[in-house]
Design a protein around this ligand. Structure first.
Ligand code: COA
Length: 255
């Protein structure tokens, strides 16, 4: 079983290789509902990716619970945030997942809420309209002062910070993004500056941003405190998915 002490975050960032992926392996980890959902996806790449990332989510969580991936039960919060259902909730694990293109990010903690988001940095023809609709007045004015080449990565860094924060709180996009103020990298540090709906949030939540691979922006939101963050990437996973086999789990190297 994988160990996860309190105040430690395991941040999994995995990439699907469409050519070498053993889809049968991952499909076998899904429950019947997920297999049916996969079958309904018409686009073959979308279907393969769904099977791969849902298989990974189950496999990873099962490694912390000491259970079979297929048996895990989930329930969802009011706005759709998934969590482990009984009897697996006994482990007090909290997790958040995000996927973009062929990447999956998953954050796992114990006894704390967590949110994660990843986006591929891609050109946005309607960038300025989006900035108008999701950036606060303060963010818009800092954004306008940026060099042109910094604008796109900054937009995605702001977007992922806001989504990670709302996902940590289980709200999804049910709150106007304009009411949340975050730091604009590269001229400011990532972080929650203001939540217009909850003035005490800046003391209760921490936000960090990073780039897991070139051309991707990601952010992690977590309840304030002292956290050890362990990145688990494809490169550190020579044993995955074989680590699912009993006896090898502990050999995963975290870096
Ligand atoms: C949650 C949400 C922010 C996802 O954003 P996204 O960039 O499209 O997708 P991501 O890959 O980053 O995240 C998807 C994951 O977020 C998680 N998620 C879904 N709802 C969530 C919520 N309310 N809070 C936290 N996490 C949530 C799920 O694990 C989901 O995985 P899945 O695609 O396998 O189901 C967005 O879909 C949303 O706001 N949903 C809320 C529901 C909603 O607004 N419904 C409209 C009702 S009228």
């Amino acid at each position: 079983m994988l160990e996860l002490p309190t105040h430690h975050v395991h941040l999994w960032c995995l990439t699907m290789n469409h050519c070498s992926c053993d889809l049968t392996f991952w499909a076998n980890l899904l429950c019947a509902d997920e297999r049916a959902r996969a079958d309904q996806l018409r686009d073959q790449r979308d279907r393969s990716f769904f099977i791969w990332y849902r298989g990974n989510v189950r496999g990873i969580l099962a490694s912390y619970c000491g259970s079979a991936p297929q048996e895990l039960q989930f329930r969802t919060g009011r706005f759709g945030k998934p969590e482990l259902g009984a009897p697996f909730d006994v482990h007090q694990l909290r997790f958040s997942i995000s996927h973009s293109s062929n990447r999956l990010v998953m954050a796992i903690v114990r006894k704390s809420e967590v949110g994660v988001d990843i986006e591929q940095i891609r050109s946005m023809p309607d960038l300025l309209d989006l900035v108008d609709s999701v950036f606060s007045g303060r963010e818009q004015s800092v954004f306008r002062s940026l060099e042109e080449s910094a604008k796109l990565p900054t937009f995605f860094s702001v977007w992922t910070q806001k989504e990670a924060y709302l996902k940590a709180r289980g709200l999804g996009l049910n709150r106007p993004l304009k009411d949340i103020d975050v730091g604009l990298i590269p001229v400011e540090a990532a972080g929650l500056i203001r939540d217009g709906w909850d003035p005490s949030a800046t003391k209760q939540w921490s936000l960090t941003a990073w780039s897991p691979v070139q051309s991707y922006a990601a952010a992690l939101a977590i309840e304030s405190g002292h956290w050890h963050v362990h990145h688990i990437t494809d490169g550190s996973l020579s044993l995955w998915p074989h680590a699912l086999k009993p006896g090898l789990d502990g050999a995963i190297i975290l870096k």
